[in-house]
Design a protein around this ligand. Structure first.
Ligand SMILES: Cc1ncc(COP(=O)(O)O)c(C=O)c1O
Length: 397
């Protein structure tokens, strides 16, 4: 008879702790909503569903601009934003402050765009003052678009998009503003309309609490105008055919029906909770996590409190201790997945996601698992950080 490996029960039999910053847990309500038989995506029932979803989505983005859905991960949303607004050789300015903004800029270079980079310190969000200086120096108005990531999931630092908008406006520069809000939507305050963003890009597997597989482009009138003359090749990603079909409640191709059922449920849940309450919950959990880390006497990668991300915190390991070895131990011994350090953070930091479908119990249990792993891995720290988080969340122990 085969015997089971001698693992402790918490490593094998209980629910896994998915503490990465996306994909996040999917609520049972959304799983149930997706568990549906297929239907004719050219029929009236699906048409009604599409219309409901497309009508309700702008509110989630704080916008009245149309929202375009693609069956792709967030990366596809980046591509759609670029190919629909730009032409080969166009100058594009990327505000690089982490792994994702860097990846997006590389994609733009692969499309033959003239990529300019303003790289700021990865320990904070992108710098609006530097942007203003740069745009003032662009006397011929060569820059066609400014691209920036709102919440750098790789560093746990957010960029103040309101400040970025103000910097562009102060110069009177006509560049489009393209914003990656992949890990922002449904989790933190994001205002497409108020910040006058031309294209907002997002994905399904983070604040929207869905499986990966849907990306979003929210497109301003100015972006639609730019799309009329944009010459980068596109077919599947073309906004024009998508918008034409969407106007009738359909898609130009077979849509991801199950995910759209799930999206409809996610929107109902977010509206029931109220977006403001959802944002407040994320901020409160982020604060609890940061207080715990501070008590442990470990560092937080983001150095500017105003830029602290409400959805993810990157924790710096004490020197001489490898973050990946720590994550491996945490997963194997304590059944918790932590986000890896990417690029400049590789081996130096791990990321604790506190976004999407979570609650006080899950956050506290996740922190408890990390503290146990710190102890087990003999990482120098002050024990008791979880108590501080408990107190902050108004619990008694
Ligand atoms: C801010 C940000 N942008 C873009 C991406 C890429 O999205 P995807 O992995 O869904 O293609 C991610 C993924 O984590 C992200 O966090």
């Amino acid at each position: 008879m085969q015997t089971r490996p001698s693992q402790p029960i918490e490593s094998s039999d209980l629910e896994h702790f998915l503490q990465v910053p996306g994909p996040t847990f999917v609520p049972e309500r959304i799983l149930a909503a997706m568990h549906r038989q297929m239907l004719d995506h050219r029929g009236p029932e699906f048409q009604t569903l599409t219309r409901e979803v497309l009508d309700g989505l702008p509110e989630i983005f704080r916008s009245t601009d149309p929202v375009i859905l693609f069956p792709s991960s967030g990366t596809g949303g980046w591509e759609a934003a670029l190919v629909n607004t730009l032409s080969p050789g166009d100058a594009v300015l990327f505000l690089v402050a982490g792994h994702f903004s860097m990846l997006w800029s590389r994609m733009a270079a692969e499309f033959g765009l003239d990529v300019r980079v303003l790289e700021s310190n990865w320990h904070r969000g992108a710098d609006a003052a530097e942007l203003e200086v740069y745009l003032r120096s662009d006397a011929d108005r060569k820059i066609k678009a400014v691209c920036v990531v709102h919440n750098e999931t790789s560093t746990g630092a957010m960029t103040q998009i309101g400040d970025i908008r103000a910097a562009i406006d102060a110069t009177g520069h006509p560049a489009l503003l393209l914003v990656d809000a992949v890990s922002s939507i449904g989790a933190m305050d994001y205002r497409h309309q108020e910040w006058n963003v031309d294209v907002t890009i997002s994905g399904s597997q983070k604040g929207l609490m869905l499986p990966p597989g849907l990306s979003f482009n929210v497109v301003s009138e100015k972006a639609l105008e730019a799309a009329k003359s944009a010459k980068l090749p596109k077919s599947y990603w073309a906004w024009r055919s998508m918008l034409a079909h969407n106007a009738d409640g359909y898609f130009p191709f077979t849509p991801p029906i199950s995910l759209i059922y799930g999206l409809a449920e996610s929107m109902i849940m977010l509206n029931e909770w109220g977006l403001e309450n959802v944002f407040a919950r994320h901020k409160r959990h982020a604060e609890a996590v940061r207080r715990c880390i501070a008590y442990w006497d470990l560092g937080i990668w983001c150095k500017v409190p105003r830029d602290y991300s409400p959805v993810v915190t990157a924790v710096v390991m004490p020197s001489g201790h490898d973050a990946d070895a720590f994550r491996k131990l945490a997963r194997e011994r304590f059944n918790i997945s932590l986000g890896m350090g990417q690029q400049k953070l590789a081996g130096k930091a791990f990321r604790f996601g506190h976004l999407g479908y979570t609650n006080d119990n899950l956050i506290l249990a996740g922190l408890e698992a990390v503290e146990s792993a710190l102890e087990h891995a003999r990482i120098p720290h002050r024990p008791g950080g979880v108590d501080v988080a408990y107190l902050f969340l108004n619990r008694r122990r």
